[in-house]
Design a protein around this ligand. Structure first.
Ligand code: PMT
Length: 408
């Protein structure tokens, strides 16, 4: 999984590289976010070397993709650990203060497992204000990895030592295996992503602008909740190294059809976000076609199979089928027709009339419509957040009421 390790300015920060090393050894991908004070105790170079990734520290650092780092990182991470967590970061988090990269990220990191490993002097730990803040954070679902008792850096003995890195890794493993955080454990979900290419000849094809970002975000969101994902991807440059995502690459609509219809019977749900070509050239030349001159050239197209409609006809009791609708006009009515005609449980409508939605971009704005008439319209969000909402509102136990009430 993708784990963010937050490091704050306490002497126990010297144990952070060991924590990162253990997480990497356990198979996680790790990114570190440190406060400027943390870097008085442990170096940037050490944290970048053990994590294998850049360190985040400066809220206003220029990034090459011009995204706000704390926003893109919160989407990236499946879980977060703050170790050591000083009284200062605990207090800021409990009060909703975001004044640096880490505290700002923490405020936006919601609905995912978050652990804090406090480390401070005994009197500070026992201070009623700190205890009040800790109790409040625990009541919001944040898990405290209790500090241990022993010799402290200030020369005294008592409670306040940060838990050992091994204990923190175990606490994370326990947390990640909790049913509440892994509601899709044991479920296999099919996802289609990206475009299809329909060959004209050995050098040309009919394609579309889909990049696969929406489908890959769905696959990640499902895997983060414990699902085993069968990802059938059209031609895309995207990569995934998540062990819970089993990827099959295809090129054409017919290849995607063959894989999707093969995999669907073994899945409890399918989300079809691929932009599949409706038509393909009737004949494919095995050489490069030559220019035809002034009269132009005619390509005869034949219809591709409709993968979603076929899955709709194959669907059994207990399977959930979710389609997408990419529209440019009469959006709701067109999506509603597709929902009914293809026998779907839900359809996710995105419109090219909404800025920041649809092909290529990192964001989307969707309306999720259910077959019983309920719907939810999201704000413009990252594709990973949209994916989280689709999973939450269509596949998790609370989904029915969330959609009916259009609840945030
Ligand atoms: O990949 P990105 O760059 O991130 O862009 C994401 C997206 C815009 C591609 C995605 O959000 C999206 O809208 N996907 C569906 C695009 C589409 O083809 O929509 P449609 O309205 O033409 O198709 C309706 C549904 O039928 C879709 O679920 C589609 O996967 C499915 N379909 C369509 C044709 C076909 N032959 N077989 C299908 O299964």
């Amino acid at each position: 999984m993708r784990i963010i390790v937050g490091i704050t300015g306490g002497i126990a920060a010297y144990k952070a590289p060991q924590l990162v090393r253990l997480l990497v050894k356990a198979g996680h991908e790790v990114r570190c976010v440190a406060t400027p004070h943390a870097l008085e105790f442990v170096t940037r170079l050490t944290l970048e070397t053990v994590s294998g990734n850049s360190l985040y520290c400066d809220l206003f650092a220029q990034t090459n993709n011009h995204t706000t780092e704390h926003i893109s990182l919160k989407d990236w991470g499946d879980a977060m650990i703050v170790a050591p967590a000083t009284a200062n970061i605990i207090g800021k988090m409990a009060s909703g203060i975001g004044d640096d990269a880490l505290s700002t990220l923490l405020l936006s990191f919601s609905r995912k497992p978050l652990l804090m490993a406090p480390a401070m002097n005994t009197q500070m730990w026992e201070c009623p204000a700190v205890q009040r803040n800790v109790a409040y954070l625990v009541s919001t679902g944040i898990e405290m990895v209790e500090p241990g008792t022993g010799d402290l850096a200030c020369g005294t003995t008592g409670k306040g030592r940060m838990a050992e890195p091994e204990e923190i890794v175990q606490a994370l493993a326990r947390r990640l295996s909790r049913a509440a955080d892994m509601p899709l454990r044991g479920k296999r979900v099919l996802v289609t992503a990206g475009p299809t290419y329909e060959r004209i000849d050995s050098v040309r094809f009919i394609g579309n602008y889909s990049t696969g970002k929406m489908g890959f975000a769905l696959a990640e969101a499902l895997a983060a909740r414990g699902a085993e994902v069968e990802l059938v991807a059209g031609p895309t440059a995207l990569k995934t190294d998540n062990a819970a995502i089993h990827r099959t690459d295809v090129e054409s609509a017919r290849e995607m059809y063959a894989e999707a219809t093969r995999l669907f019977p073994g899945c409890t749900a399918a989300i079809l976000s691929a932009a599949v070509a409706d038509y393909r050239p009737e004949h494919t030349a095995d050489h490069k076609l030559k220019k035809q001159g002034d009269e132009g050239m005619t390509l005869h197209l034949v219809q591709n199979p409709d993968i979603l409609a076929t899955l709709g006809s194959m669907k059994q009791e207990g399977q959930t089928l979710i389609g997408f609708a990419l529209e440019t006009d009469n959006e709701q009515a067109n999506a509603q027709r597709k929902l009914e005609r293809k026998n779907l449980d839900y359809i996710v409508l995105n419109s090219l009339r909404d800025a920041g939605a649809g092909f290529g971009v990192d964001t989307n704005l969707v309306t999720i419509m259910s077959r019983n008439g309920d719907s939810y319209t999201s704000p413009l969000m990252s594709k990973r957040e949209v994916a989280d909402e689709i999973v939450r509102r269509c596949l998790l136990p609370e989904s029915a009421t969330l959609l009916a009430n259009n609840e945030v």
